[in-house]
Design a protein. Structure first.
Length: 273
């Protein structure tokens, strides 16, 4: 496992560009925002990080795992690398009170929403060769093509249901489904994987900020599960964002790989201890 950091900066920041060129760092140039990605084990990482920090560039960081680490994990977190669209109605976050039951919603930390209706999107996703989608602002729901529904059904994927996705006229969007994960795991994230905890001043709900590393979970929480997908009890997110994590079994991941359907998914193995 290696840790990769992604920095962004304005494309007119010539001091940064010149510094990175001297350090032989590849830059992804754009008209507005430039991007670099660098591994933490790079000999110049600390110097580059501190230089960019002086320009208020804070990295987004993630772990890059080996094939062996991915293939030997019993369970993995999963999310889509394709992000697009918003839940509707988008204005004033109206979907939170149409798609969700907001009876216990906390407007400070974002906890308490429970899905009660089908998701609504403005347009049919432009799937092309993609099969998995996550929509902006919602980190614990996956939307898929009918091909995924067929493959998962044929392979008896457990713990999930497939829900229709609607357009703003209330009609079903053809070939698009939401994977509804039916169960929530009991609290199980180990303390050594927690970087920070924040308790909401209004509702006292505790949100977790995990470390950037292998995350460890209580093994007993995953024993005797009769599901292939399940959501975490713990929730994460800055400010009023509040989402869980989706876990997928290795069995179901291998089904996707065998059918050539894992492309576009980001898997992260977890440790069971």
């Amino acid at each position: 496992m290696r840790i990769k950091h992604r920095f962004t900066f304005r494309s007119d920041e010539n001091n940064i560009i010149n510094f990175l060129i001297k350090k032989k760092v590849d830059i992804d140039y754009d008209e507005i925002i430039n991007v670099i990605e660098i591994f933490e084990d790079n000999k110049d990482f600390v110097e580059i990080k501190n230089f960019l920090k002086s320009y208020n560039s804070t990295p987004l960081s993630r772990c890059i795992y080996t094939t062996h680490e991915l293939d030997t994990a019993e369970w993995l977190t999963v999310r889509s690398m394709w992000r697009s669209y918003f839940a509707e109605p988008r204005d004033n976050w109206g979907y939170m009170f149409t798609t969700y039951d907001g009876t216990n919603y906390c407007d400070i930390c974002g906890n308490g929403l429970v899905q009660k209706e089908n998701f609504v999107l403005k347009l049919r996703p432009n799937w092309r060769k993609k099969n998995f989608l996550m929509i902006y602002g919602i980190e614990d729901e996956l939307f898929v093509t009918s091909k995924i529904e067929t493959v998962f059904t044929e392979n008896n994927a457990k713990g999930i249901n497939f829900l229709k996705v609607l357009n703003r006229s209330g009609k079903e969007i053809e070939g698009t489904r939401q994977i509804f994960v039916e169960e929530i795991l009991k609290p199980s994230l180990k303390s050594e994987s927690i970087r920070k905890e924040v308790v909401c001043e209004k509702c006292n709900f505790k949100k977790i900020f995990p470390k950037i590393d292998f995350n460890s979970y209580d093994k007993s929480a995953f024993e005797n599960l009769n599901v292939d997908m399940i959501k975490s009890y713990e929730k994460y997110g800055e400010e009023c964002a509040c989402s869980g994590t989706i876990f997928m079994s290795q069995r179901l991941r291998q089904v996707l790989i065998a059918n050539g359907l894992a492309k576009g998914l980001l898997f992260e193995p977890i440790k069971l201890v």
